[in-house]
Design a protein around this ligand. Sequence first.
Ligand SMILES: Nc1nc2c(c(=O)[nH]1)N[C@H]1C(S)=C(S)[C@@H](COP(=O)(O)OP(=O)(O)OC[C@H]3O[C@@H](n4cnc5c(=O)[nH]c(N)nc54)[C@H](O)[C@@H]3O)O[C@H]1N2
Ligand SMILES: Nc1nc2c(c(=O)[nH]1)N[C@H]1C(S)=C(S)[C@@H](COP(=O)(O)OP(=O)(O)OC[C@H]3O[C@@H](n4cnc5c(=O)[nH]c(N)nc54)[C@H](O)[C@@H]3O)O[C@H]1N2
Ligand code: SF4
Ligand SMILES: [Mo]
Length: 754
Amino acid sequence: MTERAPTGSSAASAPRIVHRACPTCEASCGLDVEIDPKARRVLRIEGDREDQRSQGYLCPKAYAMKEIYEDPERLKRPLRKRPDGSWEELDWDTALDYAAGRLKAIKEKHGANANGFYIGNPTGHNVGGQLYLPPLLNALGTQRSFSAGTMDQFPQNVALHTMLGEPWMFPIPDLERTEFFVCMGGNPLVSQGSLMSGPNIKKRLRAIVDRGGRVVTIDPRRTETAEIATDHVFIKPGSDAYFLLSVCQILFAEGLVRPGRLADFTDGIDRVRDLAARYSPERVADATGIAPETTRRLVRDFCAAKGAWYGRIGLCTQEFGTLASWLVYVVNVLTGRLDAEGGMLFPRPATGRSEPGRPVEPFVYGRYKTVARGIPEVSGQIPCGLMAEEMEEASAGEQRMRGFITVMGNPVLSAPNGERLAAAMDELEFMVSLDIYLNETTRHADLILPSTVQMEHENYDFLFETTSVRNFARWSPAVFQPEADQRDHWRILIELGARIAGAPWEVVDDLMIKGLLAMVVGPGTRCPNVTPEEAFEKLEDRHGPMRMIGALIRVGPYGDHFDEKSDGLNLRRLREAEHGLDLGPLDANRLPAALPIPRIQLAPDYVVADLDRLERALGERSRKNGLVLVGRRQIRNMNSWLHNLPALAKGPNRCTLILNPEDAKARGLESGKLVRVRSRVGEIEVECVVSDEMMPGVVSLPHGYGHTLSGTRLSVAKKKQPGACANYLTDELALDVPSGTHVANGIPVEVRAL
Ligand SMILES: Nc1nc2c(c(=O)[nH]1)N[C@H]1C(S)=C(S)[C@@H](COP(=O)(O)OP(=O)(O)OC[C@H]3O[C@@H](n4cnc5c(=O)[nH]c(N)nc54)[C@H](O)[C@@H]3O)O[C@H]1N2
Ligand SMILES: Nc1nc2c(c(=O)[nH]1)N[C@H]1C(S)=C(S)[C@@H](COP(=O)(O)OP(=O)(O)OC[C@H]3O[C@@H](n4cnc5c(=O)[nH]c(N)nc54)[C@H](O)[C@@H]3O)O[C@H]1N2
Ligand code: SF4
Ligand SMILES: [Mo]
């Protein structure tokens, strides 16, 4: 439980409106949630017109929070699997003792690495989930650390870490002031903007066009975003690094390199020139499918405007994800667009995570390797698709993973080769899932620990304040008090960790906050006149994530510095701002002060080394002519987990394979036909749609479906949107080598009529 009643809970039981942010995607729209407190029902959800960030905007997924809260199949109490496969409810103490006991016994008998964990995506939407992983992970002490990151942004983390010394300081397009927005491998009209968080991206992109600017999409599919863009360029999947090198080559060859003030603190510009020299647009045209003249014109036009060049997941989860992600940043530096108005800017989160003077955390890799295949760790991550072989006795032998924890993740549907993973999970000695559904993954667990859901706990947008198109700070209240025997996610994490470590959780929690305060107040900090002890006494909450957020905010760039700045921000003021706090447009010229290292490394050795692999693949790429599969997001999905909600699952089957008319004709296919799609690892059957929105040679399929397995409690998903699982086709052995990220885009497939 949070240590605090939701705002207004003392008020009468008449229907009333609670303002809070939608937690479902990065946009963080403000909502008016009208509730009947007595009946504990949500009567209505609308966009909050007074919200400083979203001004009334919402999308159909705004209802997800209500429908999850009301879903009769959502779990509220711990479930333990009986030997016959049926489930029994447990009380929390029994469940947590049981989980901690089993994990600890495995650790003691086989060593820390005999346990492993997987962290899923909703963690990023839950402040307690982010702040309270350390007590659990430290207690486990295992190197077997997996997350959805290696199916997502991890190449960007690696590129940023090696270039800027900081993996999580993402440059964000300055949509409000840019005149020329290049969007590669992202479909913000549907994803609502990722690492470019802001409500109503459609309006923001339209505004660029309306003020005479250009929006250019570069994607193997003519996406929803392309429909409102001024230009669309088809590109062959996985070839972005060649294309971006040719962009660099043109910049140097045509004298367009103008880093401006960045030149004063950037190393490696000449090295980039030398590396790019051989990649003329003519040389890479076969590999990319882009005519040299198109590239040249694009580069010249971009340089003539205040442009921002952006790449997202289509550039990450591909064969050369790190190179492509790196090169996007390189183009922004060479053209002086990084850290410049209208270009790519760095947010200034209220919790102070991009302030000057942070310690350097060096980029590390290769300290240990996976057992089965010897794949090196990168910054503590190993590719999530390799979980299966690390569990299998046949692959990892005596050193296999025996205990396993999933935290808000559904890797059977979300990670590569889900069928192999599902089978491997049954070899585990013990598996516990922190999850609210009995789904394709958690059905393999021995124990499920379900947290409260967003309607039942407060939240702070801790991740998205670092990825937003405007600076903002947003606290959200709990709308309903949870039932007495429900647990917040952070409490489950810390109680489990504390039990494994053998300490009371309250003690662990106090140690965490005291450790934090010792770093952020006192001599040599921005709050030199406050001692950690004084600061501790001044914190508003007694326990939990908001106590930590309160501390960070008070010492942050807008903070009250523990009462030294009378109009500064603190937790009380944050909580009073029921429509959120807009903290202004992103600032330019934050570098180099905001970097933990003195100079930008434009050509880091670690990343550059992968150019050999890229060069070797060039000849091969030009010769390839089979079909390749790419992913697609849809407005009513969020990865795998909204399909059990009636409002979002209704309508016709959405799990369709889109292919180009030429490719359809060659296979005798037309829209509505069932097809069999086969890859190295598996095959699925789906309905096809024929459309010239696809580039010839490329087919597109959404992920997160495949709700056909037995033993789950997802009756709506099973009935309304079962679909088939794209990740039964994703090859877990295909990796972007420098980051260990999987290739979800550009998978060779065969498609045949059924
Ligand atoms: N082929 C292909 N695969 C992909 C992608 C792709 O583009 N193509 N995208 C990848 C990306 S970017 C991502 S981020 C991953 C996502 O991968 P995952 O995070 O593994 O998958 P999700 O479907 O987001 O699963 C979320 C889980 O969290 C649970 N959950 C939701 N809310 C709560 C809550 O409040 N409390 C608790 N305890 N549990 C909750 C849900 O029940 C579900 O089991 O998928 C990746 N997989
Ligand atoms: N509605 C909805 N919104 C979501 C999600 C969701 O599931 N549903 N998921 C959330 C999550 S977890 C994430 S990470 C973000 C992702 O946000 P986005 O990155 O915007 O995700 P997508 O919509 O999958 O867009 C990826 C695009 O890359 C293209 N592409 C594929 N391969 C290549 C390639 O090799 N090169 C290029 N240039 N393009 C390529 C695809 O055709 C697709 O249009 O979205 C978030 N928002
Ligand atoms: S755009 Fe995202 S944050 Fe806004 S209502 Fe839709 S799901 Fe919620
Ligand atoms: Mo993601």
